[in-house]
Design a protein around this ligand. Structure first.
Ligand SMILES: Cc1cc2nc3c(=O)[nH]c(=O)nc-3n(C[C@H](O)[C@H](O)[C@H](O)COP(=O)(O)O)c2cc1C
Length: 258
């Protein structure tokens, strides 16, 4: 091949490449924004507004034995969103109704059900930040406060960072009178001579049952949680807009494991 032909070939290749590059530049379309496949639209709710929770699932691949052996207190979270399905499942595990007469996932002395649940929402796909009260009968959330209060709740819990970093915090409160009105017999503390009503003891036991349900459900959902018992009662009560008769007993931060 003569030198002339080689030079012509090189020029032709350079020209074709230049034309291809300029064509691709002019024909280039900006990339479409990436859409999450299952992204659900944000349900903006006013205070007093209600959100229907998805129906919980009643089966899973995780056996009770597996959940028990994996249960651990987890305080480090990734900062990712939870889904509304996961929130629904956790609340159902704590206090969901499982019998036509109102029986629930956790036992209750005299079936008097003294517990109430609040969800402090930070990062949940589909619902805005705020405080919501769980309505068991309808399996719904009712908004009781606007805005993200996780940092203030963490301050009320002595600065425990897991409360601030979790996607949600479930706050357990109890109305003692629902149980003490029936279980009034005093229990005496022999050492100090003090007495208290048996019903109070029952209420604390019930908070433990419901919290353990959340721990086990979190294992099954591959989420992390911990029970928080150290906090300023009055401040927590004020932060979640709890009723006059309600007493906060536990905060359970929940998030994806960090
Ligand atoms: C009544 C009670 C109160 C608790 N309060 C707190 C708390 O305020 N902060 C915290 O980080 N963990 C708290 N925990 C969790 C314990 O620290 C944890 O259960 C313990 O370290 C054992 O670890 P495990 O749950 O992974 O088995 C509490 C546990 C119980 C039962």
């Amino acid at each position: 091949m003569s030198t002339k032909i080689i030079i012509l070939w090189v020029i032709a290749v350079i020209l074709v490449t230049a034309i291809a590059i300029s064509l691709s530049f002019f024909m280039h379309k900006p990339a479409e924004p990436v859409e999450y496949k299952n992204k659900i639209p944000m349900q903006k709710t006013e205070v007093g507004g209600r959100i229907k929770l998805p129906e919980p699932r009643y089966e899973s691949e995780t056996s009770v034995e597996e959940a028990l052996s994996k249960r651990r207190s987890i305080r480090d979270y990734s900062g990712e969103n939870l889904t509304l399905d996961e929130v629904s499942q956790l609340l159902w595990a704590a206090q969901g109704i499982t019998a036509p007469w109102g029986g629930r996932t956790a036992p209750s002395a005299g079936a008097l059900y003294p517990l109430e649940l609040y969800v402090v929402v930070g990062d949940v796909e589909g619902i805005d930040k705020g405080v919501y009260k769980y309505s068991r009968e309808e399996h719904e959330l009712e908004k009781v406060k606007e805005g993200d209060i996780r940092a203030e709740l963490a301050d009320a819990a002595g600065g425990q960072e897991c409360v601030r970093d979790a996607a949600i915090d479930i706050v357990f409160t109890a109305v003692y009178e629902r149980t003490t009105s029936k279980y009034k017999t005093p229990v005496y503390e022999e050492r100090t001579g003090a007495s208290y009503l048996r019903g109070i003891r029952y209420v604390h036991m019930e908070a433990g049952h419901a919290a353990q349900n959340v721990y086990l459900q979190a294992v099954s959902l591959d989420l992390g949680t911990v029970v928080i018992g150290a906090f300023m009662d009055d401040r927590v009560k004020e932060l979640v807009n709890a009723g006059e008769q309600e007493n906060p007993l536990y905060i359970m931060p929940v998030g994806r494991k960090g």
